[in-house]
Ligand binder design. Structure first.
Ligand code: GDP
Ligand code: IMO
Ligand code: MG
Length: 454
């Protein structure tokens, strides 16, 4: 049979033998936030990174804040993949990530000073030459845009002011500068940097940009990052097609903050759902293996935007204090509410989770009953989908089911059977409703307090 005659993959088979095409290769395991961020991705990645070879970040910047607790030392990661804390791991920052170089080095140095885990990090970090650079003026513009939103529309987005919106805008406008530009001709880079800075000065006359000062600072980074920078596509291709390797992808931000699928405009500026893995690393979809959704046992949100199951009352306040729900990046209090299955089903439709890590179950230990949002109504009519429009989302009336609480401390549980019956029932309820198995259950901050169910 000729290639042209082939149907339903038959041509592929002929081509395989004739052209000697290799097998799909290694698969990557993906960890993604399923709600509005801060679900505990850092902790899940840390657990999976214990026997990983490579841990990648594919999108976002240092707007993310991932906490990892090892031997009672709390590390926080913003741009560096959390898995770097394992000395055997190579960390990879892909093309989809936006990098603020001073932020990257500050973060590494801060974590190095806390404990042993990050030793030799400079030799274990690979940076894609296609990643875009966040400049100080992007961060300043983020602040100015927030001020303008407040003045003009009476409300801002509540961004982290890390320059994320401005740098991804510059990327889309094709005026951004990348790591490969920084490492090429510095004179040429400086010219383009000046043009970009002046564009922003024109748009925002109050903006102060220290062009020469920032260029001088950037020049210092050239030699420091040169040994880390690679063609990211080729680096990953070799890793996928070399000897068996465990490759992890650490999602930043989360499904409901995704630029396409999140609660727009109260979102971040990258794709934090599964598609961002392929575009942010430069790899084919057939190399995506397990996709783990990280789900907090209740819901939180930092910043502004609709939040249907929010509990702006004593329940929310109790979740906030017990869960120590304060943003890692901005120090802002997180808004809290009950678990929302409508939102989670939506996140699953997009990401196709193969299993879930259900974190912070221990925070629910003191509730005598626990509510779970199961359906949305608008104008008294049930709606089957998650609304795109923010005004509609603000109007939804959440239908809840009430489950019995367990009023027992679960923090010492290490197996599923150690959990009180009602807590087991809560976990089973979530997996049945979502039709996704719960593989891990978090009952505390430390590495040990993660129950592996199967
Ligand atoms: P990420 O952005 O998704 O990595 O999550 P963050 O690190 O921003 O926020 C999660 C917070 O919850 C951190 O302070 C973690 O140490 C903590 N945490 C994670 N899992 C658990 C858990 O199962 N129980 C408790 N009590 N805390 C947890
Ligand atoms: P991790 O990875 C929680 C939110 C901000 C703001 C909106 C836009 O720790 O889960 P940006 O600075 O990205 O332009 O802000 O997105 N946000 C997050 N909230 N966790 C995060 O990351 C977030 N990353 C962005 O609070 O509402
Ligand atoms: Mg976080």
């Amino acid at each position: 049979m000729s290639i042209a005659e082939g149907k339903n993959g038959a041509a592929g088979t002929v081509a395989d033998s004739r052209l000697g095409i290799r097998s799909v290769g290694n698969k990557v395991t993906v960890v993604l936030g399923a709600q509005w961020g801060d679900e505990g991705k850092g902790k899940v990645v840390d657990l999976l990174a214990q026997d990983a070879d490579i841990v990648c970040r594919c999108q976002g910047g240092n707007n993310a804040g991932h906490t990892v607790v090892v031997d009672s030392v709390e590390y926080d990661f913003h741009l560096l993949p959390s898995g770097i804390i394992n000395p055997e791991v190579t960390a990879f920052i892909g093309n989809g990530v936006v990098i603020h170089l001073p932020g990257l080095f500050e973060e590494a140095e801060k974590n190095v000073s806390k404990g042993k885990g990050l030793e030799g990090w400079e030799n274990r970090l690979i940076i894609s030459d296609r990643a875009h650079i966040v400049f100080d003026f992007h961060q300043a513009v983020d602040g100015v845009q927030e001020q303008q939103r407040q003045q003009q529309a009476g409300k801002n987005l509540g961004t982290t002011k890390k320059g994320i919106g401005p740098v991804y805008s510059a990327k889309a406008a094709r005026s951004g500068l990348r790591i490969c530009d920084l490492l090429a001709d510095f004179q040429e880079f400086s010219e383009r940097f000046k043009v970009l800075a002046l564009q922003y000065k024109t748009m925002y006359p109050t903006l102060e940009v220290d062009i020469d000062g920032e260029l001088e600072r950037l020049k210092v980074y050239v030699d420091r990052i040169k040994p880390m920078v690679r063609d990211g596509v080729y680096f990953l291709y070799e890793a996928l097609h070399g000897p068996p390797k465990k490759i992890l992808v650490e999602g930043a931000n989360a499904a409901l903050l995704d630029i396409d699928f999140g609660t727009y405009p109260f979102v971040t500026s990258s794709n934090c759902t599964v598609g961002g893995v392929c575009t942010g690393l430069g790899m084919p979809p057939q190399n995506v293996g397990e996709v783990y959704g990280v789900v907090k046992a209740y819901t939180t949100r930092v910043g502004i935007g609709a939040f249907p199951s929010e509990q702006d009352n004593d329940i929310g306040a109790l979740l906030q204090t017990r869960g120590r729900e304060v943003g890692v990046t901005t120090g802002r209090k997180r808004r809290c509410g009950w678990l929302d299955l409508v939102l989670l089903r939506y996140a699953h439709m997009i990401n196709g989770f193969t299993a879930i890590a259900l974190t912070k179950l221990d925070i629910l230990d003191v509730f005598s009953e626990i509510k779970v949002g199961v359906a949305y109504k608008v104008n008294n009519e049930p709606i089957p989908h998650f609304p795109a429009n923010q005004e509609v989302l603000h109007q939804v009336e959440v239908q809840y089911e009430t489950l019995p609480g367990w009023n027992t401390d679960t923090s010492a549980a290490r197996t599923f059977q150690d959990l009180p019956e009602e807590a087991q029932r809560y976990v089973r309820y979530v997996e049945e409703r979502l039709q996704v198995p719960v593989k891990w259950i978090g009952v505390g901050k430390s590495r040990e307090s993660m129950i592996q169910v199967f």
